[in-house]
Design a protein around this ligand. Sequence first.
Ligand SMILES: [Zn+2]
Length: 315
Amino acid sequence: MSARLTGLALTGPGVDRDAEARTDPGLLGRLLTLPATRVLAIRDGRLPVTHADGGTGLAFRAPSPADLDAFAIYLGRAAAGPGDRGERTAYVGVVEAPGAGDHDAGFAGLRSIALSLPPVHGALAATLSALANWHATHTHCPRCGAPTTPVQAGWVRRCSADGSDHFPRTDPAVIMAVVDTDDRLLLARGRGFTPTGMSVLAGFVEPGETMAAAVAREVAEEVGVEVADVEYVGDQPWPFPSGLMVGFRARALGTELRLQEGEIEAARWFDRAEFTAALAAGELHISGRLSISRRLIEDWYGTEIDVPDAAVRRT
Ligand SMILES: [Zn+2]
């Protein structure tokens, strides 16, 4: 798959997930006694941050004895460089109990730091955040209700009663820049947006549906427009809590808008001059730089858009 949108936050590269190693039941115990292992803690969804070396990064640490009793997840190794034959850095996520008061100083929510992180840090943070969310909310077997326990270095939960395995879930959503024959972009204000917030359309992929079909269905449902030439342009993990945003460009076959009641409060076509003017006048606010939504809009616009991040959603 060739992506036109490159360098999206949280996408890496730089991590080898090293999935084969997860089958070794002694893996985590061994890695957590090696001083070279880099431990990434997560507390209540928040990650440790350092501002050393002039930039923002995750504050990895060496393993501590307490980690052997904590819930740990193998995140993988540093990707091999050309001709790389030596041991590569191993990364282990450790879910720590929230500290009392000041103990959580230096921890931050992923959304607030994601744009500043080096690619390797972003990919590790996205993986650990998504997995920690999943473990916290999938503690029991969906078949029989018995408790499940983590196996495969934190990548599977196994039922204690019937032995069934359960895998981390990822919820794919499509997000699409819909453009008309005059190269105008469709933006919409959904339920829960601020009075000036607008975005490209998006929606979850339904069971039994292809991504291209989901794009066409969502656009038809939300604004009553038929689309063609649905083209993949890039995708981004969105671990808030378990999303994968898959970005597309699509060509509108008509321009008449019929808004979905209760879901879409406003929608309109923008040419570049109208878009520029609306932004400058403060009549329009668009999603922040972290999101693929912003990148889809900039891809249409032709350049980066230099406006400060502002709230687009009320929640
Ligand atoms: Zn069960």
